[in-house]
Design a protein around this ligand. Structure first.
Ligand SMILES: C[S@@+](CC[C@H](N)C(=O)[O-])C[C@H]1O[C@@H](n2cnc3c(N)ncnc32)[C@H](O)[C@@H]1O
Length: 297
């Protein structure tokens, strides 16, 4: 094999195994490995297995994968491996970590991962996969996403967790001082009247919906507010040619699998906002997952 073939094969192999990497990290979280090692450092695999009620060989394999992934560190003492969290695990993977993504990972593991099992069907049919995955009709997206108290809590906590990482960037992307009354749009905005405000925040709302529903919502907002009012959209922006960034492309695909929408590029946002009567657009890429768009009436 040539060097180029070797390199290509390495990358190809990473793509093949990507889902196993995600699932190993999700599972370590779910079993409570990182939480246990946050309260008690330097434990052996058999102690960890016993405390978490798992098979010890399976646990040893999982822990050693986590070491390779730099989620755990290991120290040898009297020929025994003692495990502890890396900084990354303490920060993001423990329930109480300062930037914990615990609930989001659980949601990805249980809901998103299961829906993506039907990615082929989602692409064939052009619709989300709640029916096939969970036996839930998906004509009412609200009912499908918030199908139980447990699912609602996990999803809401998961959504909230990302703001500990990206919240400041999107809220400081523009000078919001001209907008004294700010309304963070949520709840059932297709049925309830839109209250009057100087600025409406639409965070991860428009990506759920096809263009016609977005235009309907934006038109309702346009009618509810005074000239000069603004809409701050928080979404992950696709490049103009839609061939990146990969995270935005994957999230866009996920909107097909789990919702009714897609992620958009700046031209597509400009188009739906213009049709709803807005003008004067500013786009700000934050360099993190979520970006900001400000439109004015
Ligand atoms: C993905 S969440 C975003 C929440 C929050 N803005 C954030 O960024 O964390 C989508 C929001 O749309 C609202 N929503 C309104 N009508 C909906 C519907 N028919 N189906 C799903 N979500 C709906 C939900 O209540 C929820 O607040």
């Amino acid at each position: 094999m040539s060097l180029a073939e070797d390199l290509d094969y390495g990358l190809f192999n990473e793509y093949i195994n990507g889902f196993m990497v995600s699932k190993a990290m999700f599972t370590a979280c779910e079993l409570g490995v990182f939480d246990l090692l946050e309260s008690e450092k330097f434990l052996t695999f058999d102690v960890i297995a016993e405390r978490l009620g798992t098979n010890s060989q399976g646990m040893e394999q999982l822990l050693d994968i986590c070491v390779t992934l730099k989620l755990l560190k290991v120290e040898m003492k009297r020929e025994k491996a003692l495990y502890q969290n890396t900084e990354l695990a303490t920060l993001y993977l423990t329930k109480s970590g300062p930037k914990s993504q615990y609930n989001m990972l659980l949601y990805m593991s249980k809901t998103t991962y299961s829906c993506w099992n039907h990615l082929t069907e989602a692409i064939r049919e052009g619709k989300n996969q709640y029916m096939r995955t969970f036996g839930i009709p998906s004509d009412d997206l609200f009912e499908a996403i918030y199908r139980s108290e447990e699912e609602l809590v996990k999803f809401m906590h998961g959504l909230h967790e990302i703001w500990s990482i990206n919240g400041r960037d999107v809220l400081t992307a523009f000078d919001l001082s001209p907008f004294p009354l700010i309304y963070d749009l949520g709840g059932d905005f297709f049925r309830d009247p839109i209250p009057e405000a100087d600025l409406y925040i639409l965070a991860r709302i428009l990506h759920d919906w096809a263009d016609d529903k977005c235009i309907l919502l934006l038109t309702n907002i346009h009618q509810a507010c005074k000239p000069g009012s603004g809409v701050l959209v928080v979404e992950t922006l696709l490049d103009e040619d839609k061939r990146g960034p990969l995270t935005s492309q994957l999230y866009s695909m996920n909107m097909l699998v789990q919702a009714e929408g897609k992620e958009r590029n700046p031209t597509e946002y400009r188009k739906i906002f213009t049709q709803a009567g807005f003008q004067d657009f500013q786009f700000k890429k934050t360099g993190k997952i979520y970006d900001a768009i400000l439109a004015r009436k």
